[in-house]
Design a protein around this ligand. Structure first.
Ligand code: ADP
Ligand code: MG
Length: 259
């Protein structure tokens, strides 16, 4: 949906690590309400681009505009408050904590109690905690696979369910843009097919989605547009069908173990 207003615009975004040009002059418009895919062989800079957008790294050059305001240079927690949430290629959850506690952590970015309220256990603090717990329980319904798992310790869940909890932890912040870094990794074909529908349901909640994924049937099934990267650069952009057949994209995968 390139015609939609861009919710995120990247212009010449660059991050080098010493001599490694991890991300090198990337420009991209992400249409509001779209699902935009990013593909590329291992080491092509996809995760680094997410780390830049989400404020883990600051770009050395370039501009990143989210909802008409710059986000470059903001620390990660402020980027999250501005409405950009993410999941990680290697799941990052509090493994020893309960499922519901992980969702409450995700929600915490937008609760209003200050340190004083929390320490003094004010009425406001308890009212917010109760509302947050209710909302977390409601959020859990998003994945029927997680039904009645709120009091499970995360580390005891299946891999696919931990991926689902991580998506909910990100959704708990009520983002308007979600960055999903290889959400189908480690899932079997049935789980990945289901995930495709889940990603569409995330979009249907009004959340724009940026998706890194090696699973090409997931990419084909959900994306409006795809950007292909190689060695930190954009080598092609278009529909999945256009990208799949693009000579530069095919060339970038030669000699790599990825599809
Ligand atoms: P992808 O997600 O496409 O597999 P990455 O963004 O993880 O690629 O990595 C792009 C390149 O940047 C790789 O060569 C990687 O080794 C390098 N890189 C990523 N993060 C760092 C870092 N923190 N320090 C040094 N090099 C890094
Ligand atoms: Mg990666």
């Amino acid at each position: 949906m390139s015609s939609a207003r861009p919710v995120l615009s990247l212009r010449g975004v660059t991050k080098h690590f010493g001599g490694v040009r991890a991300v090198d002059g990337i420009s991209l418009d992400v249409g509001e309400g779209s699902i935009t895919g990013i593909i590329g062989p291992n080491g092509s800079g996809k995760t680094t681009l997410f780390n830049l957008i989400s404020g883990i790294y600051e770009p050395q050059k370039g501009d990143m505009i989210f909802e008409d305001r710059p986000v470059q240079g903001l620390p990660a927690h402020q980027v999250l408050r501005r409405g950009i949430a993410r999941t990680f290629q290697n799941i990052r959850l509090f493994d020893q904590m309960l499922v519901i506690e992980n969702l409450l952590v995700g929600m915490h970015t937008r609760l209003f109690s200050g340190v004083f309220d929390a320490c003094a256990r004010t009425r406001r603090f308890w009212a917010e905690e109760r509302a947050a717990a209710a909302e977390a329980m409601k959020l859990l319904n998003f994945f029927p696979e997680l039904a009645e798992m709120e009091l499970q310790i995360v580390k005891n869940l299946s891999y696919a369910n931990r991926r689902r909890v991580e998506i909910l932890r990100a959704l708990a912040a009520r983002p308007r843009l979600m960055l999903l870094d290889e959400p189908a990794a480690g899932m079997n074909a049935t789980e990945a097919a289901k995930l495709m529908k889940d990603i569409r349901r995330i979009r249907d909640r009004g959340v724009t989605v940026l998706l890194i994924e090696h699973n090409m049937s997931v990419m084909a099934g959900v994306t409006d547009r795809v950007m292909a990267m190689d060695q930190g650069e954009k080598v092609a952009e278009g529909s999945f069908e256009e990208i799949r057949a693009h000579p530069k994209v095919l060339a970038s995968y030669l000699g790599s173990e990825n599809p």
